[in-house]
Each structure stands twice: as structure tokens, then as C-alpha cells.
Design a protein around this ligand. Structure first.
Ligand code: C5J
Length: 221
């Protein structure tokens, strides 16, 4: 075990391969102009700043042969897994399934749905398509983590208060020891990111811990 001076108190990170890096939705639809994020009226450029930080963690986990799971939020091409409520929400100019500058919005396999090239997974790394905000909902994530003997999850990705927080809460309920990397996650709304970090670690770590990427890297090296 390695120990990090995380918040709200020390986090014990196993160094035997039972910790996995979870990279949530670092996909072009949320990070690049012309995607779903921008269609919802957001400035997508600020999310791009966390890519180098996640790259460092990705490399560190790769170097150690530890599990990395990436997710992408996306739907089947017939939208059979997209509730009409989700498609209609927001009255945006581009809806899920509509053709956009990077292919059909939030549809699995479309160019915009792919992970940004800087974080492209290796052929043997796991990428899970998820129809919801939480990565455990309607996906094989729990089975995959159990098959790999994972007990601890290190969370990165976007957006902090939506898909990252939802997944972290789902993981917490399933008994995983969760740590959110403060500079490895971001939101279109800085105040929402700050509030989420506070919420996670409030009440003695009610959802889990937070720490910087440097702390995680120092602990495991
Ligand atoms: C949305 C996400 N829709 N990855 N997804 O905000 O947080």
C-alpha cells in the first residue's frame, strides 16, 4: 500500500494492481468544437487543459500493467437506448442522433464520439460505451472490475459534476474505495467542479477522497 495525504484524510492506494484508473468520457463530443458539449452552449476549450494530466496517470498505470478503463457516453445508432426525455432535454440546436460536424451527436462509433487522440486507448485497453451518466448503469463495468480483482478506483475525466460524480457515487455504493483526481477532472462550470470536490470529501469522505495527480504519481513511484 502507498499512502497519500489526500483530503479529507490519508488514502491508502494498493500497489499490487488492485487499483484501476477510470477515465470518464474524454471524448471529442465534449472536448472539441462542433460536438454535443458545444451544442449545449458550453465553452469546450477549458476541458482540454486536463488532457496532459490524465496522460501522465495513463502512462503510469500502463507502465505498471495496472487496469485502465475508459468510458464514452454514447447511444446505439437506432437510439433504442436513449430515453426520449434525454433526447428532448435542453432544447438545443443539435439533439442526440442528429448529424453534426463530427458525425451523429453522441452516437457510438461516430467520429465525435471517439476519445481525443492524445488519450487514445491501446488495442488491449478497455473502453466501455455507456448510455447514461453513470458508468455502472447498463454496462459490464462491475463485472470487469470484479474479474480483475479491483478494490480501489482513481477517477479522472469529464464532467466533474455529471458523469464523473455520478459514476463515483455508483462505485461508492458498490464498495470501491474511490479517489477523485482534482486536476484530472473538469467541468464547463468551475464552481460546479469546486462544489463537487467539496461534496465528495465532506462528512469524512462520504463519497471518497480527492488528491492531485502529482500526489498519486508520487505515491506509486
Ligand atoms: C454529460 C458527461 N452529458 N460526461 N456527460 O455532461 O458528464
Amino acid at each position: 500500500m502507498a499512502t497519500l495525504a489526500a483530503q479529507p484524510y490519508d488514502y491508502s492506494l494498493p500497489t499490487d494492481g488492485s487499483a484501476a484508473l477510470i477515465i470518464i468520457d474524454m471524448q471529442r463530443d465534449f472536448l472539441e468544437p462542433g460536438g454535443f458539449g458545444e451544442a449545449l452552449g458550453n465553452d469546450v476549450t477549458r476541458l482540454q487543459a486536463i488532457v496532459p494530466t490524465i496522460q501522465k496517470l495513463q502512462q503510469a498505470f500502463r507502465d505498471r500493467g495496472w487496469l485502465i478503463v475508459q468510458t464514452v457516453e454514447g447511444h446505439q445508432s437506432d437510439l433504442s437506448d436513449c430515453p426520449p426525455s434525454k433526447r428532448e432535454r435542453g432544447q438545443s440546436s443539435l439533439k442526440i442522433g442528429d448529424p453534426g460536424p463530427m458525425g451523429r451527436i453522441l452516437v457510438l462509433g461516430e467520429p465525435g464520439n471517439g476519445i481525443v487522440p492524445a488519450l487514445a486507448p491501446k488495442p488491449d485497453e478497455i473502453v466501455i460505451g455507456k448510455p447514461g451518466k453513470g458508468a455502472f448503469y447498463a454496462t459490464p463495468l462491475q463485472d470487469i472490475l470484479q474479474a480483475h480483482g479491483i478494490t480501489h478506483l482513481i477517477f479522472t475525466g469529464v464532467t466533474t459534476e455529471v458523469c464523473v460524480q455520478t459514476t463515483m457515487r455508483e462505485a461508492n455504493d458498490r464498495g470501491y474505495e474511490c479517489l477523485l483526481v482534482e486536476d484530472g477532472t473538469d467541468s464547463y462550470f468551475p464552481a460546479f467542479k469546486a462544489s463537487t470536490l467539496e461534496m465528495v470529501r465532506a462528512q469524512g469522505g462520504i463519497v471518497g477522497w480527492t488528491a492531485t495527480a502529482e500526489q498519486v504519481l508520487a505515491a506509486i513511484s
